[in-house]
Design a protein around this ligand. Sequence first.
Ligand SMILES: *Cc1c(COP(=O)(O)O)cnc(C)c1O
Length: 464
Amino acid sequence: MPDGWMCARNDRCGRRKETGHGSVKMTEEQKEQFIREIPAVADAAALRETVWINDRKLPFREAPAPITDAQIQDAEDRLERFAPYIAAAFPETGDGLIESPFQEIPRMREWISRHEGTALQGRLFLKRDSDLAVSGSVKARGGIYEVLKHAESLAVEAGLLRTTDDYSVLMEPRFREFFSQYKIQVGSTGNLGLSIGLMGSKLGFHVIVHMSADARQWKKDLLRERGAEVIEYASDYTNAVKEGRTRSEQDPTSYFVDDEKSEDLFLGYATAGKRIAGQIADAGLVVDRKHPLFVYIPCGIGGAPGGITYGLKRIYGDDVHCFFTEPTEACCMLLGLATGCHNQVCVQDFGISGRTAADGLAVTRPSALVGRIIQPLLSGDITIQDKDLFPLLRALYQTEGIFIEPSSCAGFAAFLMQDRMKEYIRREHLEAWMPDAVHVVWATGGSLVPEETRKEYLGAMSLA
Ligand SMILES: *Cc1c(COP(=O)(O)O)cnc(C)c1O
């Protein structure tokens, strides 16, 4: 990424006191000031669901583009090179391009309209990354991409592989043997670990996943069953990442997938843009000024929704309106963007717990890399309470027969906040076009959830 691309000075965050741990502590005074000046931050601190509208969004052509189209193309090409291997190693992927269905969910739209007492304007679609092959979540995009890229670099450097080869040779035992000399480590709330672990182990790597306290037991069990090593922590995600990074740095054979600042993860997610654009066109949908596209993506540390947003903006520019969605108890990206403090702020600074039933989103400090790239592009950030996730989970299952995990349900947050969303629609002068809008909820995970746990979720009124 070129130096100096960050044109906007971080004026809001102001000077912060260093604690000496590379992090900064927000003073009580600064916190009170943010709460006074930014209504969405006041809502967040009071644990109220809210809509934060990004007042620093720029017209697309004026927004800095620190990641080039050529870089995204390079990632797309790499995924194509690996397709013959993936097809052989994971036959369920068909052609070896890991991709998910895109479908209209009209019965869910009806349910929302009935439930909210107001007809939802426009059509409603679901991008089913919950059904992505191999790891059953959006992390199959970024996580698997980064593992493949690392594997390719090692094999090419060792003279074992040329980028013009048919990569199905990677199925040969000599490659497993070669990769088994190397470790890959990652910190995870669950799904990133699953992606890295399932793909890394398949290739032959020794994968070590550092799991935060939020990670579900079944995710740890599945990883161990597939040969990955799982280290459990009683602390949160930020700490699991730190531990993993430290251990990896001490071992020259180890590579660390760094969710807090990995450009490769970001690129893997960004390739989703062109993929879904093809599906949108195939569905006969038009996207332009008079047919606005709204995309809602659940956000943890920001990598997945950030990369996807970036990829979509490169294609649709001002005609796509991207929103992140977060649990009220873990709204780190909202705080990072609204205050301009990015990774210099964590939810605990505002007395927010970071604990949520949306385990994939249980992140307390946002990515600085993503926050800064996305600041001029993102439309806003919407929060949802845990108690609202489960009725959505059940409704989608009952109306459309689609199961997704609680984190994914956060993608529906905008429809519970339609009054507040109107402010955005007014500001963008979209009122007249809303009947022709297309809403896409990005379902980020679910297909690997075991039967037992599914029943629990489908039966739960709320997770108290
Ligand atoms: C990880 C994850 C997200 C968000 O991705 P981030 O990169 O952490 O922002 C959303 N949904 C699910 C199910 C996830 O596992």
